[in-house]
Design a binder for this molecule. Sequence first.
Ligand SMILES: Nc1ncnc2c1ncn2[C@@H]1O[C@H](COP(=O)(O)OP(=O)(O)OP(=O)(O)O)[C@@H](O)[C@H]1O
Ligand SMILES: [Mg+2]
Length: 236
Amino acid sequence: MLKVSNLTKKTPTGEILKNISFEAKDGEITAVIGTSGSGKTTLLRCLAQLDKNVSGKMLLEKQELFSLSHGEIGLVFQSFNLFPHLNILQNLTLAPILQGLNKLDAEKKAHELLEQFSLKTKTHRYPGQLSGGQKQRIAIARALIMNPPILLFDEPTSALDPEMVNEVGDIIKSLKNPKRVIILVTHEIRLAEKIANRILFLDHGKLLDNIEAKQFFAKDKSKLSTKAQKFLSNLS
Ligand SMILES: Nc1ncnc2c1ncn2[C@@H]1O[C@H](COP(=O)(O)OP(=O)(O)OP(=O)(O)O)[C@@H](O)[C@H]1O
Ligand SMILES: [Mg+2]
């Protein structure tokens, strides 16, 4: 279980996250939704320990997130962030090798993941030779290489063609694991409805709704904040 308490992120111009508290369960997908600028990416960056000036507590079981080692928090961005000058195998193994994993073990793990994602034939190709969906699958494989107990996705489908959205969604769903917390930031509301267990709705840095996905998407919207109701009605 990931437990976030009173998370606040300040910048010189104000607070971007205001006293956010929630729990995300292992074995579940927790989706974070909200309008542009509501603080979704910032929340993921705080969890991934990429941001400074953050107060509050972030615990995985009883362990502070900042004390986790590199690779224990997997992060996948919308823009893939693969290294263009490295082939796929090198893209997958670079970070773990830098972190001290031996090259053969890193490559073994990379080959297993390429097999799992049906990308074995791309092992020695370069990112520029892959489609968007294939690149995103590589980026996901890279995040998985150290078998992280926390996996964070920031708009993983937003750079993809519509037909790839379901495929990457299915992959994310297949990564659910009783020993893993998955947080998915997405504006693809149908994707959240299809694969998320819980929904966090952010608005101007505040967490307004923290609710089971079934309830969030139920016909009866009376349990949702007014802002979330408005957000959903603007989409339809
Ligand atoms: N380092 C920073 N310094 C100051 N303001 C920032 C910083 N990073 C983000 N912001 C602001 O904080 C707010 C939240 O940004 P964030 O990127 O988290 O939003 P988001 O919900 O991910 O939006 P989008 O859906 O467009 O990706 C925005 O108003 C943004 O301009
Ligand atoms: Mg964002």
